[in-house]
Design a protein around this ligand. Structure first.
Ligand SMILES: [Zn+2]
Length: 295
Protein backbone atom coordinates (compact mmCIF):
# COMPACT_ATOMS: atom_id res chain seq x y z
CA UNK A 1 0.00 0.00 0.00
CA UNK A 2 1.24 3.48 -0.83
CA UNK A 3 -0.18 7.01 -0.86
CA UNK A 4 -1.02 9.76 1.62
CA UNK A 5 -3.06 7.33 3.73
CA UNK A 6 0.20 5.61 4.60
CA UNK A 7 1.71 8.84 5.84
CA UNK A 8 -1.25 9.17 8.23
CA UNK A 9 -0.68 5.63 9.46
CA UNK A 10 3.00 6.41 10.10
CA UNK A 11 2.11 9.52 12.03
CA UNK A 12 -0.47 7.66 14.15
CA UNK A 13 1.94 4.88 14.98
CA UNK A 14 4.57 7.18 16.45
CA UNK A 15 2.22 9.68 18.03
CA UNK A 16 2.11 7.98 21.39
CA UNK A 17 5.81 7.32 21.61
CA UNK A 18 7.41 10.22 19.78
CA UNK A 19 8.95 11.90 22.84
CA UNK A 20 10.75 8.78 24.05
CA UNK A 21 11.99 7.98 20.60
CA UNK A 22 13.11 11.53 19.84
CA UNK A 23 14.95 11.88 23.14
CA UNK A 24 16.85 8.69 22.46
CA UNK A 25 17.69 9.61 18.87
CA UNK A 26 18.82 13.14 19.74
CA UNK A 27 21.00 12.00 22.63
CA UNK A 28 22.56 9.14 20.75
CA UNK A 29 22.82 10.47 17.23
CA UNK A 30 22.41 14.26 17.57
CA UNK A 31 19.66 13.92 14.97
CA UNK A 32 16.12 15.29 15.07
CA UNK A 33 13.91 12.63 13.46
CA UNK A 34 10.57 14.49 13.71
CA UNK A 35 11.82 18.08 13.64
CA UNK A 36 9.70 19.62 10.94
CA UNK A 37 6.60 17.72 12.06
CA UNK A 38 6.88 19.18 15.55
CA UNK A 39 7.80 22.69 14.40
CA UNK A 40 4.63 22.96 12.37
CA UNK A 41 2.48 21.41 15.09
CA UNK A 42 -0.52 23.53 16.10
CA UNK A 43 -0.49 22.00 19.56
CA UNK A 44 1.26 24.51 21.89
CA UNK A 45 2.10 21.95 24.56
CA UNK A 46 3.69 19.70 21.98
CA UNK A 47 5.76 22.59 20.68
CA UNK A 48 6.77 23.47 24.24
CA UNK A 49 7.92 19.90 24.82
CA UNK A 50 9.89 20.07 21.63
CA UNK A 51 11.55 23.36 22.67
CA UNK A 52 12.47 21.89 26.04
CA UNK A 53 13.96 18.84 24.44
CA UNK A 54 15.93 20.86 21.92
CA UNK A 55 17.26 23.18 24.64
CA UNK A 56 18.86 20.14 26.31
CA UNK A 57 20.51 18.95 23.14
CA UNK A 58 21.19 22.01 21.02
CA UNK A 59 21.98 25.58 22.12
CA UNK A 60 20.74 27.35 18.98
CA UNK A 61 17.03 27.54 18.26
CA UNK A 62 15.13 29.37 15.60
CA UNK A 63 11.46 30.38 16.01
CA UNK A 64 8.83 28.19 14.39
CA UNK A 65 8.47 28.82 10.69
CA UNK A 66 5.23 29.22 8.78
CA UNK A 67 5.92 27.85 5.33
CA UNK A 68 3.27 27.14 2.74
CA UNK A 69 1.38 23.85 2.86
CA UNK A 70 3.54 22.28 0.16
CA UNK A 71 6.74 23.45 1.80
CA UNK A 72 5.58 22.01 5.13
CA UNK A 73 4.69 18.63 3.76
CA UNK A 74 7.69 17.94 1.56
CA UNK A 75 10.45 18.02 4.21
CA UNK A 76 8.45 15.65 6.43
CA UNK A 77 8.13 13.08 3.70
CA UNK A 78 11.83 13.44 2.91
CA UNK A 79 12.81 13.09 6.58
CA UNK A 80 10.73 9.97 7.12
CA UNK A 81 11.88 8.42 3.88
CA UNK A 82 15.56 8.97 4.60
CA UNK A 83 15.93 7.97 8.26
CA UNK A 84 19.07 5.81 8.31
CA UNK A 85 18.37 2.12 8.83
CA UNK A 86 20.46 2.02 12.02
CA UNK A 87 18.18 4.63 13.60
CA UNK A 88 15.04 3.04 12.25
CA UNK A 89 16.10 -0.26 13.80
CA UNK A 90 16.56 1.52 17.16
CA UNK A 91 13.12 3.13 16.81
CA UNK A 92 11.57 -0.26 16.09
CA UNK A 93 12.75 -1.37 19.52
CA UNK A 94 10.05 0.86 21.01
CA UNK A 95 7.23 -0.43 18.82
CA UNK A 96 4.53 -3.01 19.47
CA UNK A 97 4.29 -5.78 16.81
CA UNK A 98 1.05 -4.25 15.51
CA UNK A 99 2.92 -0.94 15.03
CA UNK A 100 5.68 -2.78 13.18
CA UNK A 101 3.06 -4.34 10.96
CA UNK A 102 1.52 -0.92 10.23
CA UNK A 103 4.99 0.41 9.49
CA UNK A 104 5.43 -2.19 6.74
CA UNK A 105 2.54 -0.48 4.93
CA UNK A 106 4.13 2.97 4.95
CA UNK A 107 6.54 2.56 2.03
CA UNK A 108 8.58 -0.01 0.13
CA UNK A 109 11.72 0.86 2.09
CA UNK A 110 10.19 -0.04 5.45
CA UNK A 111 8.44 -3.02 3.96
CA UNK A 112 11.69 -4.41 2.57
CA UNK A 113 13.32 -4.02 5.99
CA UNK A 114 10.49 -5.39 8.12
CA UNK A 115 9.10 -8.04 5.79
CA UNK A 116 12.43 -9.81 5.24
CA UNK A 117 11.94 -13.36 6.47
CA UNK A 118 15.61 -14.36 6.33
CA UNK A 119 17.47 -11.30 7.66
CA UNK A 120 18.81 -11.86 11.19
CA UNK A 121 18.35 -8.15 11.97
CA UNK A 122 14.69 -8.19 10.93
CA UNK A 123 14.01 -11.36 12.87
CA UNK A 124 15.59 -9.78 15.96
CA UNK A 125 13.43 -6.64 15.58
CA UNK A 126 10.22 -8.70 15.63
CA UNK A 127 11.48 -11.05 18.31
CA UNK A 128 12.43 -8.15 20.57
CA UNK A 129 9.04 -6.47 20.02
CA UNK A 130 7.23 -9.74 20.71
CA UNK A 131 9.08 -10.35 23.97
CA UNK A 132 8.79 -6.73 25.14
CA UNK A 133 5.11 -6.19 24.45
CA UNK A 134 3.24 -9.50 24.30
CA UNK A 135 2.58 -11.29 27.55
CA UNK A 136 2.87 -15.09 27.43
CA UNK A 137 4.54 -15.07 24.01
CA UNK A 138 8.11 -15.78 25.07
CA UNK A 139 8.28 -19.10 23.25
CA UNK A 140 10.10 -19.01 19.91
CA UNK A 141 8.35 -19.99 16.66
CA UNK A 142 8.46 -23.65 15.68
CA UNK A 143 10.88 -25.10 13.12
CA UNK A 144 11.47 -22.86 10.16
CA UNK A 145 8.59 -20.46 10.81
CA UNK A 146 9.67 -16.81 10.70
CA UNK A 147 8.86 -14.31 13.45
CA UNK A 148 6.45 -12.35 11.24
CA UNK A 149 4.29 -15.38 10.46
CA UNK A 150 4.41 -16.53 14.08
CA UNK A 151 3.25 -13.17 15.45
CA UNK A 152 0.71 -12.82 12.66
CA UNK A 153 -0.92 -16.15 13.51
CA UNK A 154 -0.67 -15.75 17.25
CA UNK A 155 -1.86 -12.20 17.57
CA UNK A 156 -2.27 -9.89 14.59
CA UNK A 157 -4.68 -11.90 12.49
CA UNK A 158 -8.10 -10.68 13.63
CA UNK A 159 -10.44 -12.31 11.11
CA UNK A 160 -10.89 -15.63 9.37
CA UNK A 161 -7.96 -16.30 7.02
CA UNK A 162 -10.36 -17.19 4.23
CA UNK A 163 -13.51 -15.10 4.69
CA UNK A 164 -14.50 -11.89 6.44
CA UNK A 165 -15.74 -13.44 9.66
CA UNK A 166 -14.49 -11.24 12.49
CA UNK A 167 -16.43 -12.60 15.47
CA UNK A 168 -13.63 -14.10 17.54
CA UNK A 169 -16.03 -16.59 19.14
CA UNK A 170 -16.63 -18.04 15.68
CA UNK A 171 -12.89 -18.34 15.01
CA UNK A 172 -10.47 -21.00 16.20
CA UNK A 173 -6.75 -21.50 15.80
CA UNK A 174 -5.86 -24.87 14.31
CA UNK A 175 -2.10 -24.84 14.71
CA UNK A 176 -1.75 -28.31 13.14
CA UNK A 177 -2.85 -26.69 9.86
CA UNK A 178 -1.51 -23.19 10.65
CA UNK A 179 -5.04 -21.88 10.14
CA UNK A 180 -7.08 -19.33 12.11
CA UNK A 181 -10.54 -19.61 10.63
CA UNK A 182 -14.26 -20.16 11.05
CA UNK A 183 -15.93 -23.58 11.05
CA UNK A 184 -17.34 -23.13 7.54
CA UNK A 185 -13.92 -22.45 6.01
CA UNK A 186 -12.36 -25.28 8.02
CA UNK A 187 -15.01 -27.64 6.73
CA UNK A 188 -14.32 -26.68 3.11
CA UNK A 189 -10.63 -27.52 3.46
CA UNK A 190 -10.70 -30.73 5.48
CA UNK A 191 -11.77 -34.30 4.97
CA UNK A 192 -12.79 -36.85 7.61
CA UNK A 193 -11.23 -40.24 8.27
CA UNK A 194 -14.32 -42.23 7.21
CA UNK A 195 -14.54 -40.49 3.83
CA UNK A 196 -10.85 -41.13 3.18
CA UNK A 197 -11.12 -44.83 4.02
CA UNK A 198 -14.50 -45.65 2.50
CA UNK A 199 -14.74 -43.33 -0.48
CA UNK A 200 -11.10 -43.03 -1.54
CA UNK A 201 -9.67 -46.33 -0.19
CA UNK A 202 -6.89 -44.39 1.48
CA UNK A 203 -4.28 -46.76 3.04
CA UNK A 204 -5.05 -46.81 6.78
CA UNK A 205 -1.38 -46.95 7.79
CA UNK A 206 -0.90 -43.55 6.12
CA UNK A 207 -3.43 -41.86 8.40
CA UNK A 208 -0.87 -41.90 11.21
CA UNK A 209 1.49 -40.01 8.86
CA UNK A 210 -0.86 -37.01 8.72
CA UNK A 211 -1.40 -34.19 11.20
CA UNK A 212 -4.99 -34.49 12.40
CA UNK A 213 -7.23 -31.83 13.85
CA UNK A 214 -6.99 -31.79 17.62
CA UNK A 215 -9.88 -29.45 18.34
CA UNK A 216 -12.62 -31.18 16.41
CA UNK A 217 -15.77 -29.04 16.69
CA UNK A 218 -17.64 -32.17 17.78
CA UNK A 219 -15.33 -34.54 19.71
CA UNK A 220 -17.51 -37.51 18.74
CA UNK A 221 -16.94 -36.90 15.02
CA UNK A 222 -14.19 -38.85 13.22
CA UNK A 223 -10.78 -37.09 12.94
CA UNK A 224 -10.32 -34.42 10.29
CA UNK A 225 -7.35 -34.03 7.97
CA UNK A 226 -6.32 -31.18 5.71
CA UNK A 227 -7.06 -32.06 2.06
CA UNK A 228 -3.82 -30.40 0.94
CA UNK A 229 -1.82 -32.53 3.42
CA UNK A 230 -3.50 -35.70 2.14
CA UNK A 231 -2.65 -34.87 -1.47
CA UNK A 232 0.97 -34.02 -0.68
CA UNK A 233 1.43 -37.11 1.45
CA UNK A 234 0.03 -39.37 -1.24
CA UNK A 235 2.40 -37.89 -3.85
CA UNK A 236 5.41 -38.44 -1.57
CA UNK A 237 4.27 -41.97 -0.71
CA UNK A 238 4.04 -42.94 -4.37
CA UNK A 239 7.46 -41.44 -5.03
CA UNK A 240 9.26 -43.24 -2.17
CA UNK A 241 10.96 -46.56 -2.92
CA UNK A 242 11.45 -47.78 0.65
CA UNK A 243 7.83 -47.21 1.66
CA UNK A 244 7.95 -49.18 4.93
CA UNK A 245 10.82 -47.14 6.43
CA UNK A 246 9.42 -43.88 5.10
CA UNK A 247 6.06 -44.55 6.77
CA UNK A 248 7.74 -45.43 10.09
CA UNK A 249 9.86 -42.25 10.05
CA UNK A 250 6.87 -40.16 9.12
CA UNK A 251 4.73 -41.62 11.90
CA UNK A 252 7.45 -40.83 14.47
CA UNK A 253 7.61 -37.24 13.20
CA UNK A 254 3.84 -36.87 13.52
CA UNK A 255 3.84 -38.11 17.13
CA UNK A 256 6.31 -35.32 18.03
CA UNK A 257 4.45 -32.81 15.90
CA UNK A 258 1.12 -33.57 17.61
CA UNK A 259 2.64 -32.75 21.01
CA UNK A 260 4.14 -29.52 19.63
CA UNK A 261 0.85 -28.51 17.96
CA UNK A 262 -1.07 -28.99 21.17
CA UNK A 263 1.38 -26.73 23.01
CA UNK A 264 1.10 -23.98 20.38
CA UNK A 265 -2.70 -24.22 20.33
CA UNK A 266 -2.75 -23.72 24.10
CA UNK A 267 -0.24 -20.89 23.85
CA UNK A 268 -2.33 -19.18 21.20
CA UNK A 269 -5.44 -19.22 23.39
CA UNK A 270 -3.48 -17.79 26.31
CA UNK A 271 -2.09 -14.98 24.17
CA UNK A 272 -5.21 -14.04 22.25
CA UNK A 273 -7.97 -14.44 24.84
CA UNK A 274 -8.25 -13.22 28.39
CA UNK A 275 -9.62 -15.38 31.19
CA UNK A 276 -13.26 -14.35 30.63
CA UNK A 277 -13.05 -14.98 26.89
CA UNK A 278 -11.52 -18.41 27.42
CA UNK A 279 -14.32 -19.28 29.82
CA UNK A 280 -16.98 -18.05 27.41
CA UNK A 281 -15.45 -20.07 24.56
CA UNK A 282 -15.54 -23.17 26.73
CA UNK A 283 -19.17 -22.62 27.71
CA UNK A 284 -20.18 -22.03 24.09
CA UNK A 285 -18.38 -25.21 23.07
CA UNK A 286 -20.23 -27.19 25.76
CA UNK A 287 -23.52 -25.67 24.67
CA UNK A 288 -22.87 -26.59 21.02
CA UNK A 289 -21.82 -30.10 22.00
CA UNK A 290 -24.96 -30.83 24.01
CA UNK A 291 -27.19 -29.16 21.41
CA UNK A 292 -25.73 -31.31 18.62
CA UNK A 293 -25.93 -34.54 20.60
CA UNK A 294 -29.39 -34.08 22.12
CA UNK A 295 -31.21 -35.92 19.37
ZN1 LIG B 1 -14.15 -18.23 7.27
Amino acid sequence: MTGWGDWTTWSTILKSRYLTIRRYVIKTYCFEPFGSAVRRSKNPSRYHQYQKLRSNSSPSLSPPLSPSINQQFLPDIMTFATIPFEILIEICDYLHPSDLYNLTMVCKRYRSLLWDKTSTTTQLIWKSSRKNFINNLNVDPPGKMCEQEFIWLMLLLNKCMFCNQTDKFELTMHWEFKMYCCFKCLNERTICKLTLLQKYNFPEELLACLPQLQKNPNPRDPPLYLIRDVENLFKQYNYEKDKKNWVKERQDQIIKLNIENEQYNTLHDQVRYDHTERLERLLRKLHDFYSNNRT
